[in-house]
Design a protein around this ligand. Structure first.
Ligand code: ATP
Ligand code: MG
Length: 270
């Protein structure tokens, strides 16, 4: 069985057709680990090039249900790269200042400048997910937001920002197992919040809201990837390989030296 991870354009998505347990062609965890190490090393090199060239930027959007693995993905995929060229921005309940602006204001402010990678841990998509599920805004308001998001992402793409969007897809059973671990393991208590159970009660509403996101906001300038995420190693590998491929595709070059390097000899330096 194969499963398309990069969502095809204009194809209706039904999450029931995606298997969160899928682990592709990999036979063992060892094989995945080896491959991840190789891909991480490649991302480190490509990020340096991105930073040096400063003609492009990368925005990575991570969305998931609670315990879906956003933090783990950030740690494993981006953990080794130069922090100077990478920011992680978490989208929480909007502050008073954020709430007094349009919903895209905080996202646009946090978007990467040239040469940078920015990871959105949650994102502007919360404004068509949690806000919709909990009726924080009217239906007519959230329905307009899909087009607004597409236009926003188009502005980014037209300004050399590659937008890669990942939904880390875990099953409801897997979420329960991860909550159990957080409740039973004292070192993980800090990760557990009663809000997680409140949101879990709306699982089906969230799946419906996610499907609408994929059906309305999967564009050629902002593609969604549905990452089977019950297996943490496979999840990390898929995200890492997608990022490496996107960076590779930018065909970057180190900039020309700003001085006539041929005429400079190390012996002239006192
Ligand atoms: P973790 O629990 O792993 O630390 P998290 O992303 O769940 O990470 P929390 O602080 O637990 O972080 O939760 C942030 C909450 O803020 C989420 O429930 C999210 O839905 C909510 N949120 C984000 N954006 C908005 C928004 N625009 N309107 C309302 N709630 C939002
Ligand atoms: Mg949380």
């Amino acid at each position: 069985m194969t499963q398309s991870i990069k969502l095809p354009l204009n194809k209706k998505v039904n999450l029931a057709n995606f298997d969160p347990n899928y682990t592709g062609k990999y036979k063992s965890k060892k094989e995945m680990r080896k491959r991840l190490l190789k891909t991480q090393a490649e991302i480190i090199e490509l990020q340096e090039l991105l930073y040096a060239e400063s003609k492009h930027a990368l925005l990575i959007v991570l969305q998931a249900m609670d315990a879906g693995g956003k933090d783990g993905t950030i740690k494993h995929v981006m953990g080794a790269i130069n922090p100077q060229g990478c920011d992680v921005v978490s989208f929480k309940v909007p502050s008073d200042e954020e709430a007094s602006h349009d919903f895209l204001w905080r996202a646009h402010k946090a978007a990467p400048s040239q040469g940078k990678i920015v990871i959105f841990n949650r994102s502007h998509y919360e404004d068509v997910l949690v806000t919709r599920v909990h009726n924080f805004v009217s239906e007519s308001t959230w329905k307009k937001r899909y087009d607004q998001i597409n236009n926003f992402e188009k502005i980014l793409a037209q300004n050399q920002i590659t937008v890669l969007k990942f939904f880390l897809y875990i099953s409801k059973d897997e979420q329960k197992a991860r909550f159990r671990e957080r409740i039973e393991n004292p070192d993980k208590h800090w990760k557990f919040s009663p809000a997680d159970l409140r949101e879990r009660a709306h699982w089906d509403d969230y799946m419906e809201a996610f499907e609408d996101v994929f059906n309305r906001c999967n564009t050629k300038w902002g593609r969604w990837h549905i990452v089977p995420a019950n297996d943490k190693r496979y999840r990390d590998l898929v995200v890492a390989e997608t990022i490496a491929k996107a960076l590779r595709g930018l065909n970057m070059k180190y900039p020309e030296p700003s001085v006539d390097i041929e005429n400079i000899s190390i012996d002239d330096i006192v």
